[in-house]
Design a protein around this ligand. Structure first.
Ligand SMILES: C[S@@+](CC[C@H](N)C(=O)[O-])C[C@H]1O[C@@H](n2cnc3c(N)ncnc32)[C@H](O)[C@@H]1O
Length: 206
């Protein structure tokens, strides 16, 4: 039977973070959306399923001071922790080794970022759990930035089926209580030089 945690631990144990298809040298669009949301630098921000992504480093460099990184894989978190340890800044981040479908936040967040995590939830039960946890964690007025493969993007990632989204599908998935703010698209080029089409959706929790 498929074990989500083992799958992701294997991925990060067997590949360098620079080789995985979702690797970005610079998470430009995520940063742009976070900055343009107007979230203040001291506000609590969580990168859900952030893995070994450099987004958390970029936010730290830009002066965002209340950062959390959550991932199901200890190996992925280990990569990010090593980078922060090299800066003597390991304590600058709250680290959560958890499955997002089972996550209970210990404090509210002003911004929730997810690039390419929610789209792995092919079971509606998991999607409902994710959305419940998001609603419990996000403050009213908080921002949700969620990126998923577009309808003309890949149908699989990391050998797993995913759910593709466009704006209408994401609005329906996120559900009532979220105001749609905007969307952006990205043609992500993988380290193997393949194109992957993403949609990034910005919502405010009202
Ligand atoms: C495609 S990668 C994207 C990583 C990162 N967001 C980025 O854009 O570079 C998916 C990440 O989500 C994590 N992940 C997958 N399912 C998860 C879950 N249910 N809960 C928490 N993390 C999960 C994986 O370990 C992996 O790091």
């Amino acid at each position: 039977m498929f074990n989500r945690k083992s799958h992701w631990e294997d991925v990060y144990q067997n590949k360098s973070p620079l080789e995985v298809s979702w690797y970005q040298k610079a998470p430009t669009l995520s940063l742009d959306l976070i900055e343009s949301s107007g979230v203040v630098k001291s506000a609590p921000i969580i990168d859900v399923g952030g893995g070994a992504s450099l987004l958390i480093d970029s936010l730290h460099q830009k002066g965002y001071s209340n950062l959390s990184l959550l991932d199901i894989s200890a190996a992925a978190l280990g990569c990010a922790k090593e980078r922060f340890a090299a800066l003597d800044a390991k304590d600058a981040v709250e680290w959560y080794e958890e499955d997002i479908t089972q996550f209970t936040a210990s404090h509210p967040y002003s911004l929730w970022h997810d690039r390419a995590v929610f789209h792995f939830l092919t079971d509606p039960v998991d999607r409902t759990a994710y959305m419940q946890n998001l609603r419990s964690a996000l403050s009213r007025g908080g921002d949700l930035i969620i990126a998923a493969f577009a309808l003309d993007g890949p149908t699989k990632c990391s050998d797993l089926e995913i759910v593709q989204y466009d704006r209408e599908k994401m609005v329906a998935a996120v559900g009532d209580g979220f105001e749609f703010i905007g969307e952006r698209s990205e043609n992500h080029i993988t380290p193997a030089d393949r194109e992957q089409k993403f949609g990034y959706y910005h919502f405010r929790y009202i």
